[in-house]
Design a protein around this ligand. Structure first.
Ligand code: AIR
Length: 428
C-alpha cells in the first residue's frame, strides 16, 4: 500500500475509462444531479450555493429533507429509471454535468448505460457496487490486501449449505459472530450477532425466497470504532481528513470526536493510507467513508480493520461542516465535478458531533430558544424530518480546546433537541 496520505498530483486518471472533468452544461454553472433527498443531499446545498453550483435532487417525497432547501427537486424513486434519465436530461432545463448519489440504493445497469451515453456518473457503478454488496466488497478488499475481519460468504446452493458453513465458522471463531445481509442494510439494519444458525433461520428462509445473500464476519474485539474519510477526483487527486472516533449506540452513530483522541500519528497515517488505497483500488470518485475497528494487533500495538464503506458524504464526516477547512459536502461536489479538492485540516483542536436520534418533541425547532441560549457556540443542524423513534433528525457540532467540555456540551445540546429539559442538560 504505497499511496501518499493527503494529496496526490492531479495526474492519475480514473481507471473507469470515464473522461475527467465534467460534461459541459451549456450556458451556465455546473448542474450536479443527486439521487436521494435525505439530509445528506440537503447538506450539499449550502456548499453548492457557496460555489455557485446548481443542485438538482431526485427526491422520493416533495416534503423530503432536501426538497425543503433545494429549489430543483423532481419527485421520483431512486429505482425509477425514467426519473433518473429525466434528472440528468430534463425536458426543460439544462442537462446535468454529473450524476451522484446520497445513498447506495440505485440501479447499476442504468448507471452503466448513462456513462456509455456520455453522462459522468460519480462514483461509477463499478465502484458503487462495493458499497452496495458486502460480499463483493469483502472479496475485493481481500484481493487488495486491506485488513478486514475474518469473514465467509454463506452459500445458498442448498438449504443446509449456509447453515453448515455458519456452524463451522462459529466453531472457528469461538461461538459468536456477526451475520450480515449482503445488500440493503444500513444503520444497524441487516446485521445480527448470532451464536447458532437458528438465530438467522428467518434470513436463510428469505434467501430461499430471493432475499439478499448472507455473509458472516468475526465479532471483532475492538477497543473503539474509528472512521477514515477521503475524497478522490477523477483526475486522481486524493485528500484525507484526520481520522475520527465514532461512538455507536444500538448500531447507530451517536457521537463523533475529531480527531480521534489519543490516536498515534502512525495509526492515523495508517488508516488514511488504507482509505486512500481503497479509494484508488476501487476507483472511487467523490467522498469515501471507511468505518474501521481499532484492535490490538500482534504484540498489542493498536491497529485497524475495515468494517464498512460508504461512497458519499457520511455521518462520521458531519464534523467537517464546522470543524475543518473544507466540509465533506463541499468536497464531494468538488470531487464529482473534478475540481481541485479543498484543504482538510481541522480548524479547532477538537470538534464533537452529537446526533439527534429521535425526539419527544413534535417539532425540534421548538427547542431552539433554549438550545441556542444555553449553547451559543453550538452549531445546530436540523434536517427538517418528521420525528420517528431513533431517526437521525439533526446533529450538533461543538468545537474547542477542552475535549471533556466540548463533548459534554455537544451531547447536552443534542439532548435538548431530543426533548430533554434545560435544567438536567445545562447543570447535569
Ligand atoms: N443516509 C443514507 N445512507 C445512510 C443514511 N443515513 C441518509 C440519506 C438518506 C437518509 O439518510 O440522506 O436519504 C434517509 O433517512 P431516513 O431517516 O428517511 O431513513
Amino acid at each position: 500500500m504505497s499511496a501518499t496520505l493527503d494529496s496526490l498530483p492531479a495526474d492519475r486518471p480514473s481507471s473507469s475509462g470515464e473522461p475527467s472533468g465534467a460534461a459541459a452544461s451549456p450556458a451556465g454553472p455546473p448542474v450536479v444531479a443527486v439521487v436521494g433527498g435525505g439530509q445528506l443531499a440537503r447538506m450539499m446545498s449550502p456548499a453548492a450555493g457557496g460555489l455557485g453550483i446548481r443542485l438538482r435532487v431526485l427526491v422520493e417525497d416533495p416534503a423530503s429533507s432536501a426538497a425543503q432547501v433545494v429549489t430543483d427537486t423532481p419527485v421520483g424513486a431512486a429505482s425509477d429509471e425514467a426519473a433518473i434519465r429525466s434528472l440528468i436530461a430534463p425536458d426543460a432545463g439544462r442537462p446535468a454535468s454529473v450524476l451522484t448519489f446520497e445513498h447506495e440504493h440505485v440501479p447499476n445497469d442504468l448507471l452503466t448505460d448513462l456513462i456509455e451515453h456520455g453522462t459522468p456518473v460519480r462514483p461509477g457503478p463499478h465502484a458503487l457496487v462495493q458499497a452496495q454488496d458486502k460480499i463483493v466488497m469483502r472479496q475485493r478488499l481481500t484481493e487488495l490486501d486491506v485488513p478486514c475481519p475474518r469473514w465467509a460468504p454463506l452459500p445458498t446452493s442448498s438449504p443446509g449449505a449456509g447453515r453448515a458453513v455458519l456452524a463451522a465458522f462459529l466453531d472457528e471463531v469461538g461461538g459468536s459472530a456477526v451475520v450480515k445481509t449482503s445488500r440493503g442494510g444500513y444503520d444497524g439494519k441487516g446485521v445480527r450477532v448470532v451464536s447458532s444458525p437458528d438465530d438467522v433461520a428467518d434470513w436463510f428462509a428469505a434467501v430461499a425466497d430471493g432475499g439478499p445473500q448472507l455473509l458472516v464476519e468475526e465479532k471483532v474485539p475492538f477497543t473503539r470504532e474509528l472512521a477514515a474519510l477521503v475524497a478522490r477526483r477523477p483526475s486522481g487527486e486524493v485528500r484525507a481528513w484526520p481520522v475520527v472516533e465514532s461512538v455507536q449506540r444500538d448500531g447507530v452513530c451517536s457521537e463523533v470526536v475529531a480527531p480521534a483522541p489519543g490516536l498515534s500519528a502512525e495509526l492515523d497515517a495508517r488508516a488514511r493510507e488504507i482509505a486512500t488505497a481503497v479509494a484508488e483500488g476501487l476507483d472511487v470518485t467523490g467522498v469515501l467513508a471507511i468505518e474501521m475497528f481499532e484492535v490490538a494487533g500482534p504484540g498489542g500495538a493498536p491497529t485497524v480493520l475495515v468494517n464498512e464503506l460508504a461512497m458519499r458524504p457520511h455521518n462520521s464526516g458531519h464534523w467537517t461542516i464546522d470543524g475543518a477547512v473544507t466540509s465533506q459536502f463541499e468536497q464531494h461536489l468538488r470531487a464529482v465535478l473534478d475540481l481541485p479538492l479543498g484543504a482538510t485540516e481541522p480548524t479547532a483542536t477538537w470538534t464533537v458531533m452529537a446526533n439527534v436520534l429521535g425526539s419527544t418533541l413534535d417539532e425540534l425547532t421548538d427547542a431552539l430558544p433554549d438550545v441556542l441560549a444555553a449553547f451559543p457556540e453550538a452549531r445546530v443542524n436540523l434536517y427538517g424530518k418528521d420525528v420517528r423513534p431513533g431517526r437521525k433528525l439533526g446533529h450538533v457540532n461543538v468545537s474547542g480546546d477542552d475535549l471533556d467540555e466540548v463533548r459534554r456540551r455537544a451531547i447536552a445540546a443534542a439532548a435538548l433537541l431530543r426533548g430533554d429539559t434545560i435544567e438536567e442538560e445545562v447543570n447535569g
